[in-house]
Design a protein around this ligand. Structure first.
Ligand code: GLN
Length: 466
């Protein structure tokens, strides 16, 4: 798929379409859609902005590349004056007081926000079923889950309801739904994009991530939203990625893959066969391929969930009905906290808060939480060593194809294990891109920290090779 952004930009400039028409068409599609992707439409704002773009074009003024391009926003980002629910009962009427930095940068570039998108509540999930707005349905087969947590965002892109969407990825939430709906989704290097205004799930791995149908569109959006932000002290300044610099792969000589991911009993035979076939095609192009050792899936998943639950228990403690959220009044303050949270948070979110408080509590934290931190350091070290030997690590996105809607809810542990291939790269804070080739749920391309450009380069190579 070629760049949608360049194509629409040309159509606007050539006056083949008006921005108002474009935005109306997309809003119409979003309204009618039966995939449950929409939490709320930003129709008044979108049409207002579209009118301004049309006016500029009519006046003969030049417009920027992203000006007038409609996009979607996972419903965990603040956009001043809009409702941001995190797909939860607790925040179903919560009005954002300010706008997230990444979204503000897109608004400044003239892109047009259409919709706050359905997702797993607070990012807790891998299927977009943990939501008060109804399970998001897969773009290709609506009986299957869309993946999660950024399921609504991935489906909107896959169905062309939005040109691109901004998801959030803590342990795979952009990459896995991108894989399940056969599109591109990037988790950039941790800190490349400001998290200011993204509701915190697990702060040490939370990333803002673009979802789109082409590598070029990912590049354009990434460049626009990257950069140092005084409001997020983990951010760093990064160089612009040029369009021409991702077209050749002469620097990529060696890639690696994790032996145990492919040899695991949990991988579906079709995904394994397709992945190994991909490896052969890459070798045939003269690139060396190394099989690497890595931590067992169980270790990765337990480390990730220990830390993610601990962090979310802490981050979500502010949602008490006093500082934020729908309050359920009870006899006294303590009871009010308790009833508010018991009634307004989902089962999955409560499971994580209880688990997180458990691993942080006295008597358990040394044994569990500190061990999780130590393992995370070992995982990062392992990646550092690997990237002394290989330029890229390639892996499947998921061990299996998307489950049927309803199945994951019955077995949360199985759902956690389905994140086996995505969470390691989150713990390593690496740039990792899902591409819609190679296996039924795509491939993940990872590089060393701040090598997001290399990831996009290799994606271009795979697009032409597979
Ligand atoms: N499925 C993972 C989890 O539930 C990842 C979610 C995410 O990246 N927000 O934690």
């Amino acid at each position: 798929m070629d760049s949608q952004i360049h194509k629409i930009h040309q159509q606007l400039v050539n006056k083949e379409i008006t921005c108002t028409q474009l935005v109306n068409d997309k809003l119409g599609l979003l309204k009618q859609n039966t995939h449950n992707t929409v939490n709320s439409l930003l129709d008044t704002l979108a049409l207002d902005l579209a009118k301004k773009v049309d006016q500029k074009i009519a006046n003969g003024e030049t417009i920027g590349l992203l000006e007038g391009i409609p996009f979607g926003i996972k419903d965990v980002y603040m956009v001043q004056g809009t409702i941001t629910t995190a797909s939860s009962n607790l925040l179903k009427n919560y009005k954002s007081a300010y706008t997230a930095t990444a979204i503000q940068k897109l608004l400044d570039a003239g892109a047009i926000p259409l919709v706050k998108e359905n997702c797993d509540s607070f990012g807790h999930g891998s299927s977009s079923e943990n939501t008060i707005f109804g399970a998001v349905k897969n773009a290709i087969n609506p009986e299957l889950v869309a993946g999660g947590s950024s399921g609504g965002s991935a489906v909107n892109v896959a169905k062309d309801y939005t040109v691109f969407s901004i998801g959030g990825d803590t342990g795979g939430s952009v990459r896995q739904p991108a894989g399940y709906n056969t599109i591109y989704g990037l988790k950039p290097t941790y800190g490349r994009i400001s998290r200011y205004g993204l509701m915190a799930y697990a702060s040490s791995t939370d990333c803002v991530g673009p979802i789109a149908k082409s590598i070029e569109d990912i590049r354009i959006v990434l460049n626009t939203i990257s950069g140092k932000d005084v409001k997020d002290q983990t951010t760093y300044a990064s160089a612009e990625i040029e369009q021409s610099s991702i077209l050749n792969i002469e620097h990529i000589k060696t890639i690696g893959y994790f032996k145990n991911f492919v040899e695991s009993d949990a991988i579906a035979p079709e995904i394994k066969a397709a992945f190994l076939n991909t490896i052969e095609k890459i070798k045939a192009k003269g690139i060396a391929v190394k099989a690497l050792d890595f931590f067992e899936s169980n270790t990765l998943v337990s480390t990730y969930y220990t830390l993610a639950m601990a962090e979310t228990a802490s981050n979500l403690s502010r949602l008490d009905g006093i500082n934020y959220g729908e309050r359920v009044e009870a006899e006294n303050l303590k009871e009010t906290y308790s009833v508010t949270r018991s009634e307004n948070l989902s089962e999955e979110t409560k499971r994580r808060i209880v688990g997180g408080n458990q691993v942080l509590s006295q008597g358990f934290s040394d044994e569990i939480y500190l061990k999780g931190l130590a393992l995370r350091d070992e995982i990062s070290k392992n990646f550092e060593n690997d990237f002394n030997e290989v330029d890229i690590i390639l892996s499947p996105v998921t061990p299996n194809t998307p489950p049927k809607i309803g199945d994951s809810l019955k077995d949360p542990h199985a759902m956690y294990l389905s994140d086996a291939y995505t969470v390691g790269f989150s713990l390593g804070q690496l740039p990792t891109l899902t591409v819609p080739q190679g296996t039924a749920t795509g491939l993940q391309i990872s590089a060393a920290k701040n090598n997001d450009e290399l990831v996009l380069k290799f994606a271009n190579f795979l697009k032409d090779t597979l």
